[in-house]
Structures are given as structure tokens and as C-alpha cells.
Design a protein around this ligand. Structure first.
Ligand code: MRU
Length: 359
């Protein structure tokens, strides 16, 4: 059986002048790749969730900016002009989605690196940015592997695990974050039984998590979001694993809408609730979860997107926040590539990331 860990979700084309992505909106029915070399198409790919998951949108945006640098360098001879156009391009890409900090993190890293190349010719700057994008992706793969190892150390063989949304290889590079310990455990015969929340409204759990886990041969059961309580009550769940889009300095974690409800249920049933993410997802500029901007998405995602005809009265008022914030008090541990962080989070995150305080 093909292991999803090996599936390439984001890469450069042969000429290294376009980014190729596995279009996540087509899964699980079609494996379709899109070659993107236009800034607006890159913005749309992020906005429309063709590429999604916090680390993945950071990696993609880094490549998209590098590809834009290459396109501009074909006609621009002045590096100062190139750098200012790249700043504009980065601001545009960054405006596609507000919640996952990895997007702005990756773009800021690319722009800061570009600044150090001011004395070089535009084409050399573009080549160096392509290499930096590859570095970001390689670093993410190695962080995911470490997260998987730390996460697995908290889990017992034969456990039942509940997960929400998709934080697997498609959302990152290789193992994923929340799915990392599960996929690594599968390689080591841990025999996990995973319950995947379908994750309304966009069904990332059904379309992507169930798909990735089934591909890897993991025992996975798909449930609707409102079934998590009965499954937890039945004693079938020993741990909840979720990813994150932005973690505040206090340890409050933004993730896909519905995550905080899972955390509240887990607390009620006495089940450990773990948040897994790379250090690029921790935002020390957000003191608490209240500082995290929650993305609002179109009503049509609730009323009609996955139905053959609308499933709500025409013009009904909808509220479609894409994320919620799980209060740190509900989180048993935050698992990063540097180690496992336990409460009190403000102190322990600051200790583990003493090199990364607020700007
Ligand atoms: O709207 P999405 O599909 O991009 O939301 C993704 C999530 O909420 C993931 O859990 C999160 O980005 C972590 S991915 C490793």
C-alpha cells in the first residue's frame, strides 16, 4: 500500500519557474496537480484552499514568492526595484488568509533573506530565494518527524485516537503534525484506532485525513463532528491529537473550527488533549488567544458547497468562522520539534523558545 508520507504535495516544476501543488479541493476523488506561476493564481490557491494547512501554506507562499522573483528578474535589472516589488507581492499573498501564522512567518523570512542579497543581480536573488524555499520545506519535514517522535512517546499501543480537521502530510511536508505520531506508530505496529471528525463545513477530516490514514493502512473510522462525545463516552478514545494554526505566548491554540469543542469534551471525559505544531506556528506577538484573528469564510461553504442543491433557505444568515481558539487550560501538552511543553505554558514556552520572544 502506498504510504501518504511519500506523496509530494508542493514542489517546483522542472524549469523551476512554477510551483506545482496537489489540488486538495479535488481529493479524495481526483489526484490533480496544478502548475502555478502567476501571483494572482498563487493567492487564489491559498484562498480557495487548493493548498491548505498552516505549514503547507507557508511553504507554498515561499515558493510562490521565489517564482515571482524569477519572473520579475527576467525584465528587471535593478535589485532595489526587485526587492520593493517582492515586498508588495509578499503583502498580497499574506492577505489571502489571516489565521495561520506560518503564512506571514514564511513570507517575512523570504523578504528578510532577500534584503541580505541587495548587492546581487536580480537573477541571482531569484535563484537564492528558490533555494530558501527548498530550505523551508526541508526544515518543515525534519520538524514534522521530530514532532511525530515526541508525540508517539505519549501514546500507548492499541490506543484509540480522535483527530479533527487535517494536520497530515498534505498540510505539511511528510509526516504531518497531528497525524505524525499516528503515521510513525503505523510504521512501528502501534495498532492505533483513529476516529476522524469529518470537520464541517469543508470536510478536511473526511476528504483528507480519512484518505491519508486509509492510504497508510491505519485503522480509521470517520465520524460526524457531533459524534465525538458518544465516541469519547464509550471509552474508545485514549488521546486527542490536533494541529494548530497559531499558538499564543500563553499557549492558547487556534485551529480548525470545532477544535475547542473537542477539547472541552476531552476535558469532561478525562482524555488528554494534545496540540502538535512546529515552532513556526508559535506567535509570541500574540499574548493570548484573543489576539488571534479568526478568518471568516463565505456562507456558501455552509449552505451549498458540498450539496447538489442548497440545504438551507435562500438568504439565511450564516456565520462561518474557519477557526476557533482552544484555551490553554484545556490543553494537556503542546508538542513541538523542540520538545513537549506542559503547563504553565507562558513560562514553559518562553523557556523552550528563549531565542524567539515578541518583536
Ligand atoms: O482551513 P484549513 O484547512 O487550512 O485548516 C487547517 C487546520 O486547521 C490544521 O489543523 C492546521 O493548519 C494544522 S496543519 C498541520
Amino acid at each position: 500500500m502506498k504510504n501518504n508520507v511519500e506523496i509530494k504535495n508542493i514542489f517546483l516544476n522542472e524549469n523551476r519557474d512554477a510551483v506545482v501543488i496537489l489540488d486538495q479541493t479535488q481529493l479524495p476523488n481526483r489526484t490533480a496537480y496544478l502548475e502555478i506561476n502567476d501571483l494572482k493564481d498563487s493567492y487564489e490557491a491559498i484562498l480557495q484552499l487548493k493548498v491548505r494547512g498552516a505549514p503547507a501554506i507557508g511553504i507554498f507562499a515561499a515558493y510562490a514568492l521565489a517564482v515571482e522573483a524569477r519572473r520579475l528578474a527576467a525584465t528587471i535589472t535593478d535589485t532595489t526595484l526587485l526587492l520593493s516589488k517582492l515586498q508588495e507581492a509578499a503583502a498580497y499573498l499574506n492577505s489571502a488568509r489571516p489565521t495561520a501564522v506560518n503564512l506571514s512567518w514564511a513570507l517575512q523570512r523570504m523578504c528578510a533573506y532577500a534584503e541580505t542579497l541587495r548587492t546581487q543581480q536580480p537573477l541571482a536573488v531569484a535563484d537564492a530565494l528558490i533555494a530558501e524555499g527548498e530550505k523551508i520545506q526541508a526544515e518543515d519535514a525534519s520538524m514534522c518527524y521530530k514532532i511525530a517522535q515526541y508525540g508517539l512517546s505519549l501514546l500507548r499501543k492499541d490506543s484509540g485516537i480522535l483527530t479533527h480537521c487535517n494536520a497530515g502530510p498534505l498540510a505539511t511536508s511528510r509526516y504531518g503534525t497531528a497525524l505524525g505520531p499516528i503515521l510513525l506508530g503505523q510504521e512501528k505496529s502501534y495498532n492505533f484506532h483513529v476516529f476522524a471528525d469529518e470537520t464541517r463545513p469543508l470536510l478536511q477530516g473526511a476528504r483528507l485525513t480519512a484518505y491519508e490514514l486509509a492510504q497508510a493502512g491505519v485503522d480509521v473510522t470517520l465520524i460526524c463532528d457531533n459524534m465525538a462525545s458518544i465516541v469519547m463516552k464509550s471509552g474508545k478514545i485514549q488521546a486527542c491529537l490536533v494541529g494548530c494554526d497559531r499558538v499564543s505566548a500563553a499557549g492558547d491554540a487556534a485551529n480548525k473550527i470545532g477544535t475547542s469543542g473537542v477539547a472541552i469534551l476531552a476535558k469532561y471525559y478525562g482524555i488528554p488533549f494534545y496540540v502538535l505544531g512546529p515552532s513556526s506556528t508559535i506567535d509570541f506577538n500574540c499574548a493570548t488567544g484573543d489576539d488571534i484573528k479568526i478568518e471568516l469564510r463565505p456562507d456558501s461553504e455552509i449552505t451549498s458547497k458540498f450539496y447538489q442543491k442548497p440545504m438551507a433557505p435562500e438568504n439565511v444568515r450564516c456565520y462561518n468562522p474557519a477557526f476557533d481558539v482552544t484555551d490553554h487550560s484545556l490543553i494537556s501538552a503542546i508538542i513541538t520539534e523542540r520538545g513537549i511543553v506542559y503547563p504553565p505554558y507562558r513560562e514553559n514556552l518562553a523557556k523552550l523558545f528563549s531565542d524567539r520572544q515578541a518583536d
